[in-house]
Structures are given as structure tokens and as C-alpha cells.
Ligand binder design. Structure first.
Ligand code: GAP
Length: 514
């Protein structure tokens, strides 16, 4: 199965089992907007809990808040979003399709990397054991040409983006001979800047003064509450403020399912530090966040850092955590050293001091900020794409299973009576009544036990309990484990302890290297 086929299957599976639906589907959908179904919302809530607990429970110097989506419009002037939160767009005159200029070039760069990888694979086959990759890359003429052009074009893109030189950016598209994927022509318009914020009106009088924006990031709610939290929480530097909430961007290149949405959710933490100490903390948070991702056990090689060459207007260092999605390595999280840009700017625009009095140095100053920002929806996609497996079993049958880490699985335990009589349904329900306060549980009495196992495998339930006639004799039931498909006979009195041992959030949190 190719990665493309896998991705298509994953999207179909997500819908079939109630994880993700297209928004407004009965009206033919709304592009790049999605709804979470009955299992999707459980998975999403568990991911949010994993993040929240890792921040505010594991760190006594991090607290959480929940700020409003609507904010004073001046905030977006101060943050730079009104002036600089733009995408460079280009239209193909024949297909009338609009693209992000930098995305067209990045796709072209990726194609060059793929070409180099193919050449390496071919040579490796030809030379066998004696193949030396470094020597091949340094000496093969064809590969050298591809690499040189790739580097030149990458540099030209980065420079034109940094300088805001839209003509130079267009020239890169021309020089790379990029054609429109729809029309196949290179008939391009000029590149123009397009602001990503959604506008709306507040109040009853529809004039300019009442224009407000749907927040494009949750971070600004944290910045403008910095002193409120610091003072009321008696926080001492270094300390962090965490928030989970919706953000909105009018994305033009909306594709790849829930990877790039117009309404999405972020989990952001701003960590306030002494000026000059930001690089130490930036490196520390890079490691902690990578460890948080890797604790999910999808394989360390499925993640990598990507250090930014083009920095956002507020940053002096930035790196992405990238995950290997079915469509390649892409960003799931940004870790940014945002300097004192935001607090200083809000200080200037609001006229209110946003400074911290440091009792150790007896000085007042504007703290520096290290931010970690991860998308909830991209985490859902990460978990679904890493967990989805089609497996051939020893019996010759096959199964589709979501190997979701047990602590974040939407349903933790399914309980089945072997048959619908002899008091077994009542006994199954009494087990549910014992554990339902702590765990999401499903009851199922329809079809054979084998079919019931398959249904639970398909939604990622880690444990299935079957109540059979032996229960009456010796007070035992069977527990079947999703990943190994092994079954064990256990005493009913031990169920709670066994379930806790397998699905507890602590299992995940314990693995994070702080
Ligand atoms: N406050 C910093 C900030 O917003 P960002 O890199 O633009 O930084 C952070 O966004 C994270 O938010 C990304 O790594 C991604 O996971 C998520 N995100 C951004 N835009 C998104 C979109 N259109 N759809 C889904 N998730 C998105």
C-alpha cells in the first residue's frame, strides 16, 4: 500500500468510525473545516489532557488560563499580525487556481530531494556492500547539479521571503520552471500578500471602529494577561502560562485533511525568562517537547527538528518538531524564542507597564519569552496515521487496528457477555458500573465475540473483557489485549487494578524527560 493509499484509507476510516466528519456535509461541506465525531472528541480530549497535565501538573511553575477569542483590535496591531501575518499568493492565469508561492517552491524542493534519494537508492543497489553514500553525493555529476540548483533556489526563496521581495519570489517560481498542477502551464500572475485573519464586527453599528478579528493564535491572550497572572499567582521568573483554545486562519492552501484547517485548536505555553537566558530555555524546551512526542511510542525516527531559516517577525530562534505523516515530514509543533517583542509591543500600544520586578537583582524589566505551540488537530492526525494498521493474522484472517497509546484511546475498555442470556448481560453491566466513573467503557452483545473484537480493534480499544459462564463458578472473566491479541483469565476483583496499570495517563507522563 502506498502512503497515498494509506492516507485515503485513514480519512475513510476516520469517518466510518465517527472520528472526523466534513463540516456542513449535508450542504456539500465547508472547505478546510471539520467536525469531530463521538470518538474523535474523546481522542482529542485525551490528547489535550496529556498536554495539559504535562504542563501544569508536572511543572509547579506553570499555570493554565482560558482567554476569550475576541480581543481588542489594537492587540493585533501590537502583535504585528495586521501588518505581517500574510501569505504570498500567486494565481495561475489558465486554471484560475490560487497557490501560496512559498508552498509551490517548497514542493519543488521536496521533489529535488526525492530525485536525489532515488539516485542514491539506485547506486546503492548497483554497488552493494561497497557503497559509500557521502562519496557518491560528493562525486556524482547528476546529483551534484540537482543539489546545486536546489540550494541556489532555496537560498533565493529564503532571501526574498525575508526581504519581502515579491518579485524575486516570483522569479524563483519561474527559474524552477514550476507549472500549475491543474493547467500544466507556467502562466503566472504577480505575487501578492494576503492577510490570514478573519474579520467580523462587534456591536450594532457597522463602521470601521467595530472591526475585530478572530484570533489567529491563542498566545496573545497569554501576553496581555501576563501581569494579571504573575501578580495574582505570585509567580517568580522563570514561569509559564499555558492555554488550549481555538484559533482561526483564512488558509488558502487548505489540504491534507485536518492538517491545515481554517478553524483549529492550539495548545500553547509561554515561558517567561530573564533576558539573556532565553537560549538556554529554548534548548531545554525543545528537548522536553520532543520527549513528550516520543513518549507516544510511534518510533523516535518518526520525528525530527527543523530549524527555521526565515524567522517570524517576533523570533530570534525557532524550530519545528516535524512528524512523518503519510505525506512526508511536516510540522506539528513550533518552539519559538519570541524575545521581549510581544510584551514590549503591548506595553507601547496600551501605554501600560508590562514589567517584572526581579527581587534577586532589584531590577524591573520586560521578560523574554520561549513559546511552545502545538496543534491539537495535527496531534489527532499524528496519532491516527501512526496507529492505523492493516494486519494479516496467523489464522489467515486480517484485521484493521488502531494501535493508539492506551492512555489516550477514546474507549478504554469494552465489556461483552459471551451470550445474551444466563444472567451474563447483567453481570457485564455490573462490571461497567464499577469502572465507568474512571474510564470510557462500551458494552456490546451483538454478533460473535470475534466480530466484537474486530469492532473494538478498529477504534483502538486497548482492553476487551468477556463475561462467560465460568464467572459464576470462580468469579473470573477474560481480558483480551488489543496489541498482542492475547487473553488472560483474571479475577473480577482485580479488574480495576489491571485496567489502571494498562491505561493510566501516568504511564505516558512518566516517560517524559523533564
Ligand atoms: N503562537 C505561535 C504560532 O501560532 P504557528 O507555527 O503558526 O505558531 C503553531 O502555529 C501550531 O499550530 C503549528 O505547529 C500547528 O500544529 C498548528 N497550526 C497552525 N496553523 C494550523 C492550521 N491552519 N490548521 C491546523 N493546525 C495549525
Amino acid at each position: 500500500m502506498t502512503q497515498e493509499e494509506l492516507f485515503k484509507k485513514l480519512i475513510a476510516h476516520s469517518k466510518e468510525y465517527g472520528f472526523v466528519f466534513q463540516s456542513s456535509e449535508i450542504y456539500d461541506g465547508l472547505s478546510a473545516v471539520y467536525d469531530y465525531g463521538q470518538l474523535g472528541v474523546e481522542l482529542k480530549n485525551n490528547i489535550k489532557k496529556y498536554w495539559w497535565d504535562s504542563m501544569v501538573k508536572l511543572h509547579q511553575n506553570i499555570v493554565g488560563i482560558d482567554t476569550a477569542i475576541f480581543m481588542h483590535p489594537k492587540i493585533w496591531e501590537a502583535s504585528g499580525h495586521i501588518g505581517a501575518f500574510n501569505d504570498p499568493l500567486i494565481d495561475n492565469k489558465d486554471s484560475k487556481k490560487r497557490y501560496r508561492a512559498d508552498v509551490l517552491i517548497e514542493d519543488w524542493l521536496q521533489k529535488q530531494d526525492d530525485k536525489i534519494d532515488k539516485e542514491v537508492a539506485k547506486a546503492k543497489k548497483r554497488f552493494g556492500e561497497s557503497f559509500d553514500k557521502e562519496q557518491f553525493l560528493a562525486t556524482n555529476g547528476r546529483v551534484a547539479d540537482i543539489r546545486t540548483k536546489r540550494e541556489t533556489m532555496n537560498e533565493a526563496m529564503v532571501t526574498s521571503l525575508n526581504d519581502g521581495d515579491l518579485e524575486a519570489l516570483r522569479q524563483v517560481i519561474i527559474d524552477c520552471e514550476i507549472a500549475c498542477p491543474i493547467s500544466g502551464t507556467r502562466n503566472w500572475t504577480e505575487v501578492r500578500q494576503f492577510n490570514l485573519m478573519f474579520e467580523t464586527k462587534i456591536g450594532s453599528v457597522a463602521d470601521e471602529a467595530n472591526t475585530i478579528y478572530l484570533r489567529p493564535e491563542t498566545a496573545q491572550g497569554i501576553f496581555v494577561n501576563f501581569l494579571n497572572v504573575q501578580k495574582t499567582g505570585r509567580m517568580k521568573l522563570p514561569f509559564g502560562i499555558a492555554q488550549i483554545g481555538k484559533a482561526f486562519r483564512n488558509e488558502i492552501v487548505a489540504r491534507q485533511f485536518i492538517f491545515r484547517m481554517r478553524e483549529f485548536e492550539q495548545m500553547e505555553m509561554q515561558f517567561f525568562v530573564r533576558p539573556g537566558e532565553e537560549m538556554i530555555w529554548w534548548n531545554k524546551w525543545k528537548n522536553i517537547r520532543m520527549s513528550w512526542h516520543r513518549a507516544l511510542n510511534f518510533g523516535d525516527d518518526q520525528y525530527r527538528f527543523h530549524d527555521h531559516e526565515k524567522l517570524a517577525h517576533y523570533a530570534n530562534a525557532a524550530a519545528d518538531v516535524e512528524f512523518n505523516f503519510p505525506f512526508g515530514f511536516k510540522e506539528v509543533e513550533g518552539i519559538h524564542s519570541r524575545t521581549d517583542f510581544d510584551l514590549s509591543s503591548h506595553q507601547k500600544f496600551s501605554g501600560k507597564k508590562l514589567q517584572y520586578f526581579d527581587p534577586e537583582t532589584n531590577e524591573s524589566y520586560v521578560p523574554y519569552v520561549v513559546e511552545t505551540s502545538v496543534g491539537v488537530d495535527r496531534m489527532v492526525l499524528q496519532v491516527l496515521s501512526a496507529s492505523y494498521k492493516e494486519e494479516k493474522l496467523e489464522s489467515g484472517e486480517s484485521r484493521t487496528v488502531l494501535r493508539i497509546p492506551a492512555a489516550i484511546a477514546p474507549v478504554k475498555v469494552a465489556v461483552f457477555p459471551l451470550v445474551k442470556k444466563d444472567g451474563l448481560p447483567e453481570l457485564a453491566r455490573s462490571i461497567i458500573d464499577e469502572i465507568k466513573f474512571d474510564y470510557a467503557v462500551q458494552y456490546d452483545e451483538k454478533d460473535s465475540i470475534g466480530k466484537r473484537y474486530r469492532r473494538q480493534d478498529a477504534i483502538g480499544t486497548p482492553l476487551c473483557i468477556t463475561v462467560d459462564h465460568q464467572r459464576a463458578e470462580d468469579g473470573t472473566v477474560t481480558i483480551r489485549h488489543r496489541d498482542t491479541m492475547t487473553q488472560e483469565r483474571v479475577a473480577i476483583v482485580d479488574i480495576k487494578r489491571i485496567v489502571e496499570g494498562e491505561v493510566s495517563m501516568r504511564n505516558l507522563l512518566d516517560k517524559i524527560e523533564l
